[in-house]
Structure formats: structure tokens, C-alpha cells
Design a protein around this ligand. Structure first.
Ligand SMILES: *[C@@H]1O[C@H](CO)[C@@H](O)[C@H](O)[C@H]1NC(C)=O
Length: 328
């Protein structure tokens, strides 16, 4: 399929998927319509492109995003020096275009209609599919995380070739709740890559090459690190302790020597199959000093595939509703 037909197909798909097309053209915003018309007239040699952009513009669902970004880039030659990130993004925006200069709207509006520029000759929302707050970039050959629209809530970047998650990749994405990077080649993540994500609940990093984990927000509910190369000293001390909403923790098929404690009371599932755990302590799950303590949420503990005879640690399970699954 050619790029042209791909873009047209994408635009058509978005029209069908848009739950309320009327939203895209709010009353009191005559600028948008006028602008598209102007653009339409400017580029007569590539009709499909203009048509495409026009359709897309009418059905695109990121009205808030367009407005916010427009404000930041209204004066392209004087990026506000106070805000370095804006300035950086803007510079990328200006220096990267390799497409023909046809879609004037995109340049003028910066990240605008199709999301931020990726540096691969296409803005993120042409390379990926952006619907509502979700950005779908599965299996698109990415070797780095593309710049995401500011309103992104869910990012899917599965089955790509990403090796490094940088501290700027998720910067200023205050609405981001879920990141899925399953099936990449990630071996390195900057220490503060996730630190500013105040709404992040879900981080799925199964099937990568991680040995060390950076700091994570305490808002986590679901962490999946299956099939990596994690070592115990690659986890922060008491890394899960303050995650009072953490429910699902998948750590199977790694190189962990011990269970990362303390575990929050909210935890319902702990999968540690195929690690190098050799022993348990009496207070790994329970409370040595409080015999009445019951950890009632933790119903699913898997310890099989460790050099550990779970029969030898009966005292460690007295507070649990169910015995761990493991080798005897
Ligand atoms: C643990 O390793 C065994 C043997 O390699 C494998 O068959 C099993 O699927 C692994 N368990 C998990 C949960 O991946």
C-alpha cells in the first residue's frame, strides 16, 4: 500500500471512529475553517493531500490539543526562553521537516493536527493511530519513543525495536495513565523517565532486556516486568512499599535473588516464577510482631521455578489466604 492510500485510509478510519464529529468544529472558532480553506487553495498540485488534511481536520478529535499547542507556537521565531522544553520541541519542529512543504497548516500549527513531529518525516499521529487519548504505535518499526501529544492517556508501543527509554520521552504528559512497551529490546531506562507521571497506573514492559528499573510513581496499580533480566540490586530498596494501589506485579523469568519487600497490602497477585530466589523470611508476607495480621488481598503467589523448597518456610505463610504455588 502506498503512503498516499495509507493516509487516505487512515483519515477514513478516523471519520468512522470519531464518536462525535460535531466536536471538531466548535462554534466560535471560525479561524480553523478559514485556515483549512486557505491551505486547500495553496497546494493544488497534490489534491489527495489537501483533501486528506481537510477531511482529517474536520474529524480530528484533539481540539484541546490543537488549542494548547497553537498558543505555544503562535510566534515561531521567538520561543519563550523561560520554558526549555517548549523551546526544544519547537526547534525539532523547525529543523526536521523532510516532507514537501505543502501542508502549511501543519508547519504553522506546530504539532497541530497530526500530533508532534517524529523526526521520521511524519508527525506521530500519521505514523501511529491517535484516537481519543490513546496513541497506538504497535509494530511500527520504532527504535525510539515518538513525541506524544500532550493529552495522551494510553500509549501502546508494543513489538518495536526500542532500546532506550529517555528522561524526555514522557515529559509533561500529565494525563498519561498507561504505557505498554511489551516486546521491545529495552535495556536502559533513564532514572527519571517516569518520575513526573502523576497519573501512571499501568506499566507493561514484558519481554525486554531490563536489568535495572528506574524509579516509578507511587500511583502504580499494574506492573509487568516478565521475561527481562532483572537482578535484585537493579530494583530500588523498598521500591513497592509506597505503592498503596499496586495490585498486579509480574516478575517471572528474571534473575531476582529475593522477594522485593515490603509488599503493599493492596497487592493481589505476585508472580515470581523462574527466578533465583532461595529463601523467604517470616515477614516477607506476614508481620512477625503481629500474629493477628492478615494479608487478605494476596491470593495469587507463584514461586515455582526457584531454587526454593516452599515447605521449609511454613511460618512465612500464616497470614495468607492461600498458600503460594512453588516447588516442594
Ligand atoms: C519457567 O521456565 C520453564 C522452563 O524453562 C518454562 O517451561 C515455563 O514456561 C516458565 N514459566 C513461566 C511462567 O514463564
Amino acid at each position: 500500500m502506498s503512503l498516499h492510500s495509507l493516509m487516505v485510509a487512515l483519515a477514513m478510519a478516523l471519520i468512522f471512529l470519531d464518536p462525535c464529529p460535531g466536536n471538531a468544529a466548535p462554534p466560535g472558532e471560525p479561524d480553523d475553517e478559514g485556515f483549512d480553506m486557505e491551505n486547500y487553495d495553496l497546494n493544488s498540485e497534490t489534491d489527495w493531500e489537501n483533501l486528506d488534511i481537510n477531511i482529517y481536520g474536520d474529524s480530528y478529535d484533539y481540539e484541546d490539543l490543537d488549542q494548547e499547542i497553537e498558543v505555544g507556537t503562535v510566534a515561531p521565531d521567538t520561543p519563550p526562553p523561560a520554558n526549555q522544553h517548549t523551546a526544544e520541541n519547537h526547534e525539532e519542529e523547525v529543523t526536521l521537516p523532510t516532507l514537501p512543504p505543502a501542508p502549511v497548516t501543519l508547519d504553522f500549527k506546530g504539532p497541530g493536527l497530526f500530533g508532534p513531529e517524529t523526526g521520521l518525516g511524519m508527525p506521530t499521529c500519521l505514523l501511529c493511530v491517535c484516537i481519543g487519548g490513546s496513541v497506538y504505535c504497535d509494530d511500527t518499526g520504532l527504535d525510539q519513543i515518538p513525541p506524544l501529544p500532550k493529552d495522551t492517556t494510553h500509549f501502546y508501543g508494543r513489538f518495536n525495536k526500542i532500546r532506550h527509554v529517555k528522561n524526555t520521552d514522557f515529559i509533561n504528559l500529565n494525563k498519561l495513565q498507561s504505557i505498554d512497551l511489551t516486546g521491545n529490546q529495552i535495556s536502559e531506562m533513564d532514572e527519571d523517565a517516569f518520575r513526573s507521571l502523576l497519573q501512571l497506573h499501568q506499566l507493561l514492559l514484558a519481554d525486554n532486556n531490563l536489568q535495572v528499573m528506574p524509579e516509578l510513581p507511587v500511583t502504580m496499580r499494574h506492573i509487568d516486568l516478565r521475561n527481562n533480566r532483572l537482578i535484585s540490586r537493579g530494583l530500588h530498596t523498598e521500591v513497592f512499599k509506597d505503592m498503596s494501589q499496586l495490585e498486579f506485579l509480574y516478575l517471572s523469568n528474571n534473575n531476582l535473588d529475593y522477594i522485593p519487600t515490603p509488599l503493599p497490602l493492596s497487592l493481589r497477585l505476585l508472580h515470581l516464577q523462574n527466578n533465583s530466589i532461595q529463601s523467604l523470611h517470616e515477614d516477607t508476607f506476614c508481620n512477625l510482631h503481629d500474629r493477628n495480621f492478615i494479608r487478605r488481598n494476596l491470593e495469587d503467589i507463584r514461586l515455582d521455578g526457584n531454587p526454593l523448597n516452599i515447605n521449609l518456610f511454613a511460618q512465612a505463610y500464616i497470614c495468607l489466604p492461600r498458600l503460594p504455588v512453588g516447588s516442594h
